[in-house]
Design a protein around this ligand. Sequence first.
Ligand SMILES: Nc1ncnc2c1ncn2[C@@H]1O[C@H](COP(=O)(O)OP(=O)(O)O)[C@@H](O)[C@H]1O
Ligand SMILES: [Mg+2]
Length: 248
Amino acid sequence: MAELLKVMNINKRFGGIVAVKDVSFEIHRGETLGFIGPNGAGKSTIVNLLSGLFPADSGEVELDGVNITKMKPYQRAHLGMARTYQIPRPFPELTALASVATSALCGKKRKNQSLEDAAVEATHYLEFVGLFSKRNILARDLTFYELRMLELARALATTPKLLFIDEVMAGLNPGEASHAIQMIGRAKEQFGVTVFWIEHVMAVLMEAADRIVAINYGAKLAEGTPEEVVNNEDVIEAYLGRGWRTYA
Ligand SMILES: Nc1ncnc2c1ncn2[C@@H]1O[C@H](COP(=O)(O)OP(=O)(O)O)[C@@H](O)[C@H]1O
Ligand SMILES: [Mg+2]
């Protein structure tokens, strides 16, 4: 089965706002799927629906052929889904090590793991994202960039098959952003994760994505290779404009 995740006609309203409108797409095993659209288009809401943070009003989602539509976030995590948040959501009073160890304990293959084992694993993920020297610092004392990396370490520590990245570059300076992008590439290589990646800087997804899905006003606008999507008239009209290559 080529598709790892199958999203079928999902819908979500918040009061009078239709945030997600009949969206369907697939994520293929091993790929990086870029996800783009203007602010307020519904990108984060889709990640929230797919990770189970809140339920869809209608529609179905399958992971590896299993219908997960009604599952809780922790059940989806056990099946191999992990995410990062656009705005980091740390446990402020836990150290970096304890934060990542908590994820290691919650991961899909980790049901009977000891605390010591979880801490050892957490150390590896902290090393991976470059936070080993910060392992004993409380999350509330980390910088924004370090919190971003902590989010990534926490997600990877659950040993996901499918990783949702909601804007890894936002709020970072250019050096930090380029390091964050490299980390995602390395996470793919080292851990074999499939990646769903929301990002505003088109040049980054042109480089990193195998395919791109574009949405606008909660509805799917286009889907295809990066070249196809950036040349799609509806995407240019709604989101990219014509000059994006020159200032990307
Ligand atoms: N929890 C929520 N409660 C109410 N409205 C929300 C909530 N989350 C998102 N929205 C609304 O849904 C729309 C899509 O938002 P969002 O998914 O955050 O867009 P994007 O990530 O593409 O910028 C926006 O109009 C936003 O205000
Ligand atoms: Mg968002």
